[in-house]
Design a protein around this ligand. Sequence first.
Ligand code: ADP
Ligand code: MG
Length: 158
Amino acid sequence: MELTTHSPKETEALAARVVHALLSRSGTAGTATILALQGDLGAGKTAFTKGLAKALQVAEEVTSPTFVIQKLYPIPGTGPFTQLVHIDAYRLEGKDELKTIGWHDLATDPNNLVVMEWPEQVGLGVPERAYWLSFEHVSENERKIEVDERLHIEQDIK
Ligand code: ADP
Ligand code: MG
């Protein structure tokens, strides 16, 4: 599904809908839930991740993990997710470099919600089950966002 947001706030609201869709799904035993966020610099990937964190009641403010590659945030409450893993793969080259951040353990823990910016950098390292979202800069405040159909979010933002 493709939709357009007109402010960071609307992009955060879309993230809240994605959280809702993920929480209302039946669980995925033995695997983390992975969101692959594709799109150019400034397209809104980090803004979307901030919205995810807010919707999950993460207390800490989410900032871009560009220089540190990944940041971990505890998610309060009774689950199913207990940790938000925010990865910026911009500086990684190829799937072998994912191993340097302990990818196997991150990706197999069902308590993890993993969000990866620049997934194309690690290509085949992104599992088949990952949900893809593509962000496109349209104008200063407009972003076109294509959401993986398998997420089954309802369309109410135009
Ligand atoms: P990325 O992580 O994709 O590089 P960011 O989320 O860091 O992008 O930056 C997006 C920038 O665009 C922010 O400065 C944000 O305020 C601005 N922006 C303007 N309109 C939107 C929108 N509709 N959705 C998301 N961000 C927007
Ligand atoms: Mg970013």
